[in-house]
Design a protein around this ligand. Structure first.
Ligand code: PLP
Length: 463
């Protein structure tokens, strides 16, 4: 089967990203464009259009209007996902040899750019729930303790990255955290890949977007948390701690010289759609419906985990002795295609389209799974063995470039990793280049591999 024929495959319920639900929730103007003769709209950077970095043209005008609307300095559309814009933001904040403070649940794109630029990731650990296997959002006190553990000058710390909300939708007010970083004169990049729609829904008791909490740089994934096509993203720049010229230079460094006109139009239309009163009220209705879906499933005694993102339905399969990977295969074979299986949970993304028949269908498949699956008594997730603050033992850029060889993970105890071990999704690193595979980390990764096929009998490159 070719890729193109697979793309037309029907699923009973696509509950994954992109959040436009296979076109059902795309902005009307984009749908109109896509109905024009195929490929007609695929234009180069004609002067009338320009690029995200031009001063003139339709893209510049549109970005300017969004900047004014949200009272920020600059807004840049991106066509290489949140990943690409996060990477530009990282190299804007730090030069090779400098350090950035970041949580352990940071996205793999950050690690890759740190490795290629030799920017030291100084990781801080996070609170962890052994009931769900998920990291919890951090508090101001937690961050204060982290700061107390580091000599910022000695370690050349020049910025902080926060992930908010998390992949699953956990959130805590991050304004106090941003203020704390600003008191130390450190700029903050917030990876808000999963929280773009919060920006438009201040009335729905949803988390406040970090853009309204004075973050210096904020990156949104428009296909994950708005109704953009895959790869669309936006970066917002605020305040004076990040140099604008440096940011433009960094975006230019990583951006393709041929950004897709279709994707750029999708960036614009997805944001505009949420500023249009009529479509906004439709999306807000969807969000309220998602909250009702959650309540109805709970009433049916289906074990769900509550987060602050109503569009994520997180099944706590472990409550019934079933791991998330087994549940995922079962749901998949019954036409409900989930987004993220993990040891204790299975996460579904409702997206922005109508999910009319969701509750009954979900209940039916869940009950069928309960009848059909073997239950395990001792399903458990081990707390990750990280210190509160930890950096790779060997500089990440040096480890990344060193001569490495591939050995079975089972033989890698005490070696220095040359690899990023990062099962996707959710794409958060278990091990980065330059870190030592000590006993605790070794046992922990072995434990994860009991359930995750990516980690089963795998090879790792070591120095
Ligand atoms: C927290 C977080 N940040 C960034 C990204 C990257 O987003 P994109 O797929 O738009 O590049 C992801 C993707 O899973 C993510 O979960």
């Amino acid at each position: 089967m070719s890729i193109s024929s697979f793309l037309t495959k029907k699923f009973l319920k696509p509950l994954f990203f992109p959040a436009h639900n296979r076109g059902a929730a795309l902005p009307k103007k984009l749908i109109k464009l896509l109905k024009k003769p195929p490929g007609f709209w695929d234009l180069p950077e004609l002067p009338e259009i320009g690029t995200p970095l031009s001063n003139r043209g339709l893209i510049a005008k549109s970005q300017r209007e969004f900047s004014e609307k949200f009272m920020v300095k600059r807004c840049f559309f991106g066509v290489n996902g949140a990943s690409g814009l996060i990477q530009s933001a990282v190299i804007t904040m730090a030069n090779p040899g400098e350090s950035i403070l970041m949580p352990r649940n940071v996205h793999i794109s950050v690690i890759k750019i740190c490795a290629s630029q030799n920017i030291t990731p100084i990781f801080f650990d996070l609170e962890f729930s052994s009931e769900t296997g998920h990291y919890k959002p951090i508090t101001k006190n937690w961050l204060k303790n982290v700061f107390n553990k580091i000599n910022l000058n000695k370690k050349k710390v020049v910025g902080v990255i926060l992930v908010s909300p998390t992949y699953h939708g956990y959130f805590q007010d991050i304004k106090p955290l941003i203020d704390l970083c600003h008191q130390k004169n450190l700029p903050v990049l917030v990876d808000e890949a999963h929280g773009c729609y919060f920006l438009f829904c201040e009335n729905l008791d949803l988390p406040k977007s970090s853009l309204l909490s004075n973050a210096d740089l904020v990156v949104h994934s428009l296909h994950k948390s708005l109704n953009g096509l895959t790869q669309t993203a936006v970066l917002w720049h605020k305040g004076d701690l990040v140099d604008e010229h440096n940011l433009i230079k960094s975006i230019n460094l990583l951006q393709t010289t041929s950004p897709s006109s279709l994707l750029l139009s999708s960036c614009e239309e997805s944001l505009k759609d949420w500023l249009n009163k009529k479509s906004l009220s439709r999306y807000q209705k969807r969000i309220l419906e998602a909250k009702t879906i959650y309540k109805k499933l709970l009433q049916k005694k289906i074990p769900l985990i509550e987060t602050q993102d109503p569009l994520k339905i997180i099944l706590n399969t472990s409550k019934f002795g079933i791991d998330g990977f087994t549940a995922d295969s079962f749901f998949y074979s019954n036409g409900l295609i989930a987004e993220l299986p993990e040891i204790m949970t299975l996460t579904f993304c409702l997206g922005f389209a109508n999910q009319k028949d969701f509750v009954n269908l979900f209940e039916k498949v869940w009950n069928k799974l309960l009848l059909n699956s073997k239950k395990s008594q001792n399903l458990k997730v081990l707390q990750s063995p990280f210190k509160l603050v930890q950096a790779p033992e060997i500089e990440i850029g040096i480890a990344w470039r060193s001569k490495t060889h591939s050995i079975p993970f089972s033989q890698s105890l005490s070696r220095i990793s040359g690899d990023i071990i990062c099962p996707y999704p959710p794409g958060t690193p278990l091990l980065v280049p330059g870190e030592r595979i000590d006993k605790d980390r070794f046992n922990w990764i072995k434990n994860q591999s009991l359930y995750n096929k990516d980690l089963l009998n795998f090879n790792i490159r070591v120095l």
